[in-house]
Design a protein around this ligand. Structure first.
Ligand code: FMN
Length: 202
């Protein structure tokens, strides 16, 4: 599939059929992700693929409990929303990343801690690298006929999910990709800004 065709055809899918996703297809998507650029070619993201219905339900419970706690409103067990829809997909791909630190960053840590902090938490090359691999995963999934939804909503319960998934520092959970065959025709794709509006030449 032509890259522009894939980019324009992909859209977030929030309803899936129950059909399982073969592991070899998932590995093809991960292969696409490995070809993404990463700072220092650190390839600092990995993919924890949750297929077990019981674990998906447990993750949903964790997210719903947290949301109920912070909003003061109970999330009914059958309610699917922006934060928990991954649990309705046959597969939830958890993106796990490690912070990236270059040799320059290590110098900065000692010589200029404030600049180090900005690079670590605002520039965040590790997070940018993981995001590029997620994008390629999504495009590969689309070209193979699968739908995805890139999700950070569930990460309101980041520490609790990390504990349930045994993700330990320095690794952390960065996103969840809901993955499966799209259930029905999705709503129209959200529009995009014209390139001229967001481009400035100097
Ligand atoms: C970093 C990131 C986090 C997102 N988190 C969620 C989420 O938690 N739940 C959700 O339903 N969609 C989530 N989305 C999907 C966006 O809502 C979606 O990409 C956007 O509205 C554009 O629509 P499109 O993907 O169909 O082109 C997220 C997207 C990104 C890039």
């Amino acid at each position: 599939m032509d890259v522009f065709h894939a980019m324009k055809g992909r859209q977030s899918i929030r309803k899936f059929s129950r059909e399982p996703v073969p592991r070899e297809k998932i590995l093809r998507m991960v292969e696409a992700a490995t070809w993404a650029p990463s700072a220092g070619n650190a390839q600092n993201a990995r993919f924890l693929v949750v297929e077990e219905a019981a674990l998906l339900a447990r993750m949903k419970g964790i997210v719903d409990d947290l949301l109920s706690r912070i909003t003061g409103k109970t999330v009914p067990p059958d309610k699917i929303n922006y934060h928990n829809l991954f649990a309705e997909a046959p597969v939830a791909v958890c993106v796990v990343g490690k912070p990236y630190e270059s040799a320059t960053d290590r110098h900065l840590r000692e010589k200029d801690p404030e600049r180090h902090r900005v690079r670590r938490y605002q520039v965040n090359a590790g997070l940018q690298s993981a995001a590029s691999s997620i994008t390629q995963f999504l495009l590969a999934a689309h070209s193979l006929g699968y739908g995805t939804c890139w999700m950070t909503g569930p990460l309101v319960a980041k520490p609790e999910l990390e504990s349930a998934l045994s993700i330990r520092p320095p690794e952390e959970l960065l996103a969840i990709i809901a993955l499966g065959i799209p259930d029905s025709s999705p709503p129209p794709k959200p529009s995009r800004k014209p390139p001229e509006e967001i481009t400035e030449f100097r």
